[in-house]
Design a protein around this ligand. Structure first.
Ligand code: AMP
Ligand code: GLY
Length: 425
């Protein structure tokens, strides 16, 4: 089968690694790709925000299966355009991708499906912001305040703060930029990312993972797109995946089907394990980044066959997923300035070793690899357990050179030191 991956991040590099290991894949392309995907997959220039261009490339390259990585093309309708061209596509329709593209849409689906999530108060305009915070405070007792951009914001649209003035300022900034705002109940407890592959009916959960969203060690600093991740979660309750399948994933997929907006692709549940039970923090309509970089290396089941079964509606006939023993850790090496405006154009060396997945990289005309985005590399390793995977990942990080780079030194550390506790119900 000829497989075309759309996107250019470390998630797409991880997808290319896993797809190229599937003997059913006879040709692999990644558009636009990055300096790392080129060694595995044919690159093509592509404006991923243009569904017509995505479908055109799929047709010209004679793809049998298109796998769409990022949310922006999905929300723009790239999967619809590919399917309209008669080509199988792993990724939800634009309608269904609203589960990620609009937090208020997702809240409506969850309410209809009885899926547990944070209470929320929509903010219609500047004048309602303070009232929404007051209403939330009546329910939650006040800080911490959670103020969210309703639309896509690459993980940077949420402010969680004890400072009410900062919460107001964030809400105003989003409204002034033309966005919609949601005030939410604060969810305590550790976070889990659980991915599920679905064809719109059958739902197959993958291994739970956790990502590190804050920029700095100790979960300090601003929210980012993700600074590292690990899987599996040694501290997670044994029944977690079954419980989330029964109470979150299957009801959500069923509700979307009931609305005639079947969600086929990757449903990513961002969860908080709170003192009142599991709650959905957010849904995403695609593989998470950086969690994909740790989940896929542990998947033994050939990936292309799995994604094709989901894309063609025959997931019920797919065998159960098989997983490798051990654990995986990924550490994001970010450019100076990230998550604000990152510095780009710096040479990156030591980035061709095993497990070094590329995100924001490009090839300079002289053939050297240079930084081209905020998250530059996701340096990944597996090991017999989490401690071993963590050691191996940081050894690989030590081999990378990028001027001004920063990375967290504590990815997976709290889990290795058994400092993560799930609150008692
Ligand atoms: P989101 O954009 O909804 O994924 O939120 C990004 C991050 O902000 C989440 O992963 C959490 O760490 C944090 N967050 C979002 N909503 C809440 C909430 N209601 N309570 C606590 N933390 C939250
Ligand atoms: N890991 C966060 C995300 O993919 O949105």
């Amino acid at each position: 089968m000829r497989v075309l991956v759309i996107g250019s991040g470390a998630r797409e590099h991880a997808l290319c690694v896993a797809l190229s290991a599937d003997p059913a894949v006879l040709a692999l392309a990644c558009a636009p790709g990055n300096a790392g995907t080129r060694s595995l997959a044919e690159p093509f220039p592509l404006d991923v925000t243009d569904p017509v261009a995505v479908a055109g490339l799929a047709r010209e390259w004679r793809a049998d299966l298109v796998v769409i990585g990022p949310e922006v093309p999905l929300v723009a309708g790239a999967a619809d355009a590919v399917r309209d061209a008669g080509i199988a596509c792993f990724g939800p329709s634009a309608q269904a991708a609203r589960l990620e593209g609009s937090k208020s849409f997702a809240k409506g689906v969850m309410a209809a499906a009885g899926v547990p999530t944070a209470r929320s108060w929509p903010v219609g305009g500047r004048a309602e912001l303070e009232t929404a915070l007051d209403e939330a405070a009546q329910h939650t007792g006040g800080a911490p305040w959670v103020v969210k951009d309703d639309g896509l914001a690459a993980g940077k649209g949420v402010l969680v703060t004890d400072d009410r003035a900062a919460a107001v300022a964030h809400g105003r900034a989003v409204l002034d930029a033309g966005g919609a705002v949601l005030v939410e109940e604060y969810l305590d407890g550790p976070e889990v990312s659980l991915f599920a592959v679905t064809d719109g009916r059958t739902v197959l959960p993958l291994l739970p993972a956790q990502d590190a969203k804050r920029r700095d060690d100790g979960d300090a600093g601003p929210n980012t797109g993700g600074m590292g991740a690990y899987a599996p979660l040694p501290w997670a309750p044994a029944e977690l995946v079954d419980e989330v399948l029964a109470t979150v994933l299957q009801p959500t997929v069923d509700e979307m089907a009931r609305r005639d907006e079947a969600f086929a692709g990757l449903l990513y549940a961002g969860l908080a394990l709170t003192s009142r039970g599991v709650r959905v923090v957010e849904f995403n309509a695609r593989f998470g980044d950086p969690e994909t970089q740790v989940v896929l290396p542990l998947l033994e089941t050939p990936l292309a066959g799995l994604l094709q079964a989901a894309a063609t509606g025959v997931l019920a006939a797919h065998p159960p997923l098989r997983w490798r023993d051990g654990a995986a850790v990924t550490v994001v090496v970010a450019a100076a300035g990230y998550p604000g405006a990152p510095r780009t154009g710096d040479p990156v060396t030591g980035a061709d070793g095993e497990g070094v997945l590329h995100a924001g990289t490009a090839l300079a005309p002289d053939g050297t690899v240079v930084s081209a985005g905020g998250r530059v590399l996701a340096v990944t390793a597996t090991g017999s357990d989490l401690a071993a995977a963590r050691r191996a990942a940081y050894e690989r990080v030590a081999g990378v050179r990028l001027a001004g780079a920063h990375w967290r030194t504590d990815i997976a550390l709290a889990a290795v030191e058994r400092r993560i506790a799930v609150p008692a119900l």
